[in-house]
Design a protein around this ligand. Structure first.
Ligand SMILES: Nc1ncnc2c1ncn2[C@@H]1O[C@H](COP(=O)(O)OS(=O)(=O)O)[C@@H](OP(=O)(O)O)[C@H]1O
Ligand SMILES: Nc1ncnc2c1ncn2[C@@H]1O[C@H](COP(=O)(O)OP(=O)(O)O)[C@@H](O)[C@H]1O
Length: 175
């Protein structure tokens, strides 16, 4: 199973990915977090933020996720995935693995206020180029499986909604 948390920088992807992993740990379900921020320091360190590089970044993450999922892990991806064409690419690669697109929806001005890494500030100063939300686009996901409003919901509430929707047996999509 692959759970892809997507959204603007500061929308809550890393926070929720960590919380989801903790929940899976407690339930003795083997899981692994692939965080864009972390991958870009290693396996994707050669890539920048042009559409071409983001596409290569997503291609690598999707293939990695698929392999890990096939090995029996629940894979939690935390990556912006800003364009619909990138979402199509990810879906095509992941193919028949159980896959959930979860959009962490949060207004740009709120993400900007949160600015956990100070990158919005740098982007507005021109110190960071092609920054999603400021100088690079973020398209609203067209067909997410779930939308979580992280502006209105707390981290705990967001986590609970994600767990409920993934584990709901009547949808035939449980673990
Ligand atoms: N120009 C620019 N645009 C967007 N993000 C930037 C940029 N430069 C550095 N960062 C940091 O990289 C993290 C996003 O990497 P991703 O691999 O998730 O991005 S993408 O899916 O390929 O668009 C992102 O992490 P999050 O804040 O967790 O989203 C940023 O910390
Ligand atoms: N519902 C929520 N879900 C996740 N994070 C939230 C939520 N509400 C507020 N936050 C806060 O927003 C910030 C999001 O930061 P982070 O998880 O690093 O975002 P991202 O990985 O998308 O850049 C954190 O400081 C977190 O405490």
């Amino acid at each position: 199973m692959i759970i892809w948390l997507m959204g603007l920088p500061g929308s809550g992807k890393s926070t929720l990915a960590t919380a989801l992993k903790e929940s899976f740990d407690k339930a003795d379900v083997q899981s692994f977090v692939l965080d864009g921020d972390v991958l870009r320091k290693g396996i994707c360190a050669d890539l920048g933020f042009s559409v071409k590089d983001r596409s290569e970044n997503v291609r690598r993450i999707a293939h990695l996720s698929k392999l890990m999922s096939q090995a029996g892990l629940v894979v939690i991806v935390a990556s912006i995935l800003p364009l619909e064409e990138l979402r199509v690419l990810a879906r095509e690669i992941i193919d028949d693995e159980a896959y959930y697109e979860i959009y962490l929806k949060c207004p740009l001005n709120v993400c900007q206020t949160r600015d956990p890494k100070g990158l919005y500030k740098k982007a507005l100063n021109g110190e960071v180029k092609d920054f999603t939300g400021i100088s690079a686009p973020f398209e609203e996901p067209v067909q997410p499986d779930l939308v979580i409003d992280t502006n209105k919901l707390s981290g705990e509430q967001s986590l609970e909604i994600i767990l409920q929707s993934i584990l709901l047996p009547e949808q035939g999509r449980g673990l």
